[in-house]
Design a protein around this ligand. Structure first.
Ligand code: 6PG
Length: 247
């Protein structure tokens, strides 16, 4: 059988338990990366689930934030001052509270009138700022992901060609219905991350999780199945509501 990488699945009693567990595990990874290599790279998702995690992360002890370079997994085509901006969410929850070096805070400029150019630029940035693994792909120390009710992760949506895009490493995502255009990392960034944490809460996520963990299915239909292809460590952190996805 394919593809499923060894993953840890942790279930907590509540969304705040998820946030506490995630912040502890993420901060431990950052500490270990800094101890081993003198620096760490962290890529954040947006959405509603991770905000509390980021707030708790800001209180973590002994993370040398000046040694952390920060990236985003995806971003909406809105200015960084817009309430829908993933940058703004992470800025208020984490960046503004810790001593991050602003020269190492790399936001996605998805509001650019040339969004395809912005995708290429961000891909170039990832290649220049993140150490490559032995296959030549940027290997981010910690990537934080969520899963949408339709099975998307990052801004890789079901049925869209970006799910299969390998190059550039960042894709522009066309607007669709009420969804604004976006930038998103593509599958190789997820697959080559050293540590992936997937935070999922709420019973409405059960059908998507069932599709992710099913023996049958495709990443094209359920993009979060890309997480099954990760080379590094994968930790799913779910609340009890989400965790009852297989009956
Ligand atoms: C975003 C995302 C997206 C998110 C999922 C889950 O910016 O919206 O990065 O992939 O992680 O949609 O979102 P919730 O945490 O809001 O359920």
């Amino acid at each position: 059988m394919m593809d499923i990488a060894p993953a840890t699945l942790v279930t907590l009693g509540s969304p705040s338990g998820v946030a506490r567990e995630a912040s502890e595990r993420i901060s431990e990874c950052l500490r270990r990366a800094i101890a081993a290599r003198g620096a760490a790279t962290l890529a954040l998702s947006g959405g509603t689930t991770p905000r509390h995690t980021y707030e708790l992360l800001a209180e973590a002890q002994d993370v040398v934030w000046s040694a952390v370079a920060l990236f985003w997994v995806d971003e909406r085509a809105v200015p960084p001052t817009d309430v829908r901006s993933n940058y703004l969410m992470a800025f208020s929850a984490l960046v503004a509270r810790v001593g991050l070096d602003s020269r190492r805070v790399w936001r996605m400029q998805a509001e650019s009138p040339d969004i395809d150019g912005a995708a290429v630029e961000y891909a170039r940035l990832l290649r220049s700022q993140v150490d490559a693994d032995d296959e030549g792909f940027p290997a981010i120390d910690v990537v934080v992901l969520g899963v949408g009710i339709d099975g998307h992760t990052a801004s890789l949506f079901p049925g869209e060609s970006t799910v299969e895009q390998r190059e550039p490493l960042v894709a522009s995502v066309a607007a669709s219905g009420v969804r604004e255009a976006r930038l998103t990392v593509t599958a190789p960034i997820i697959e080559h991350a050293r540590n992936v944490f997937v935070l999922v809460v709420g019973e409405e996520k059960r059908p998507a999780l069932a599709r992710v963990f099913s023996a049958q299915g495709s990443a094209r239909a359920t993009p979060a199945r890309i997480i099954r292809r990760c080379r590094g460590s994968v930790t799913w952190i779910l609340d009890e509501e989400a965790a009852r996805f297989n009956g």
